[in-house]
Design a protein around this ligand. Structure first.
Ligand code: NDP
Length: 335
């Protein structure tokens, strides 16, 4: 049985005299830094490259340093730069500046699980991995609901690593919801499998559905509205999160339920599990991580080609027309 921890299991006061360096003031970095400061922690500094995030951290009132300098000043280092650059930045700026007994905290198990970061033995290595985008980390702290995280300990040099992970989880607002204990490997595999198997197949399934409707002469704008712009699908899955995978289907009509029961299995027969097992095996064997590393080293040829093709797909024009017809600004996320 998985272990779940809440506010009463964690003590923020153990962090009060520690200097915490947020390395990477991006999606997670900004949200976690602001939440911890609002939780009463005063010694938070930021380590970043000189970019817009550096300026934002200063505007938010934090002291900002080049990464190597921030690590030198810190007792606890939050690794909140993109996973793709962990290895390079860790070897160059972080590892040479770590103090004996300091703590390295990850928001995703990837770099440790697949061997990209090899920390020295004389530090604690922990994970507090939000199951939430940065925007949600901040918003759910402010509205008081909190958000779930997976926490784990890879190295326990101090024999207090778990207490530190729990204290951090409380300071960023996660124990309010509940945090789940697991290994870096479990977190990394489940997270990536979800991205690839669930989100990956859903995006390509939606694309195929819209193509079939358009080819049959149905209006693409109406199809985009029905499939995701109305957010009915998002709300259905919100209900799944709140009620359960099957029980949530009862929020829809019985006609919908009958269609789901009879047509869904035709599209997703049990044989799909062979493909899913192959995707899982690519992850657990480290083949996916290796492929992604090689892709980056060779200038991302497939990645860039895929994006070029995706953005040239007629779905984008239908979406543009829809937003224009609705006289709505498209929300700006990260482009
Ligand atoms: P971001 O993409 O927001 O990047 C964070 C910061 O790192 C930015 O300031 C970025 O600069 C900077 N950066 C980019 N490249 C380099 C580099 N080569 N050297 C130094 N700094 C660099 O990261 P996220 O917040 O999305 O992810 C951080 C960690 O959190 C990852 O481990 C991720 O897996 C984990 N995580 C992320 C979640 C999310 O919602 N995004 C959810 C849960 C965990 P610039 O803006 O200029 O590129």
């Amino acid at each position: 049985m998985v272990k779940v921890y809440f506010d009463q299991d964690a003590d923020i006061s153990i962090l009060r005299d520690k200097t915490i360096a947020i390395i990477g003031y991006g999606n997670q970095g900004r949200a976690q830094a602001l939440n911890m400061r609002d939780s009463g922690l005063k010694q938070i500094i930021v380590g970043n490259i000189k970019d817009a995030s550096w300026d934002m951290a200063i505007a938010d009132g934090f002291k900002v340093y080049p990464i190597a300098e921030a690590v030198k000043k810190a007792d606890i280092i939050f690794m909140l730069i993109p996973d793709e650059v962990h290895q390079e930045v860790f070897e160059r700026d972080i590892k040479p500046n770590l103090k004996d007994g300091s703590t390295l905290n990850f928001a995703h198990g990837y770099s440790i699980a697949f061997g990209y970061v090899k920390p020295p033995k004389n530090i604690d290595v922990i994970m507090v991995a939000p199951r939430m985008i940065g925007k949600g980390v901040r918003e759910s702290y402010l509205n008081g609901t909190g958000f779930p995280s997976f926490i784990g300990v890879e190295q326990d040099y101090s024999k207090k690593a778990k207490e530190t992970a729990l204290a951090i989880a409380k300071a960023i607002g996660s124990t309010k919801y509940g945090v789940f204990e697991c290994s870096f490997y479990e977190e990394a595999v489940i997270d990536i499998f979800h991205e690839q198997a669930a989100v990956g197949s859903a995006v390509h399934l939606f694309k195929a559905c819209l193509e079939v409707l358009t080819e049959a002469g149905f209006d693409p704008e109406l199809s985009v509205m029905e499939f995701y712009a109305s957010q009915e699908t998002a709300l259905t899955f919100k209900a799944v999160g709140e009620i359960g995978l099957f029980r949530a289907l009862k929020v829809g009509s019985e006609t919908a339920q009958f269609g789901i029961m009879t047509r869904g299995p035709r599209l997703v027969p049990d044989t799909i599990k062979d493909g899913l097992r192959a995707v899982l095996d690519d992850i657990t064997s480290g083949r996916f991580a290796k492929e992604w590393t090689l892709e980056q080293m060779s200038g991302r040829p497939f990645f860039n080609m895929w994006w070029k093709k995706a953005l040239a797909h007629p779905i984008n024009e239908a979406e543009d027309r829809l937003f224009k017809d609705l006289k709505r600004e498209r929300l700006k996320w990260k482009e």
